[in-house]
Design a protein. Structure first.
Length: 100
């Protein structure tokens, strides 16, 4: 049985079964797994300076043309090149919080 490595009490890992619409201890059949890979979406709202008219987000994390809407995370990168970008995403969120 799979165990949650981050669980303090070692709870069993449960899987969502779409056809039964409930959580179970056994993994679902492969035809019920929507995506067998784990990915971090990136490059959907890339960041650029004011001269970059195609970039939807400015260097201040603000959505261009909109006030009080800020974006951060993997969406701001021009390409997705990191296998696990979580620490960089957290750092960007902290920088945005400090900036605002």
């Amino acid at each position: 049985m799979n165990k949650l490595s981050c669980s303090a009490n070692g709870d069993d890992l449960e899987y969502w079964h779409a056809t039964d619409k409930k959580w179970k201890k056994d993994p679902p059949p492969s035809d019920q797994i929507r995506n067998k890979n784990l990915v971090h979406d990136a490059s959907t709202m890339w960041i650029g300076d004011n001269e970059d008219t195609e970039a939807p987000v400015g260097l201040d994390y603000r959505l261009k043309g909109v006030n009080n809407v800020y974006l951060t995370g993997g969406a701001l990168w021009p390409t997705g090149g990191s296998w696990n970008p979580v620490l960089t995403i957290v750092a960007m969120a902290m920088h945005l919080a400090d900036t605002i």
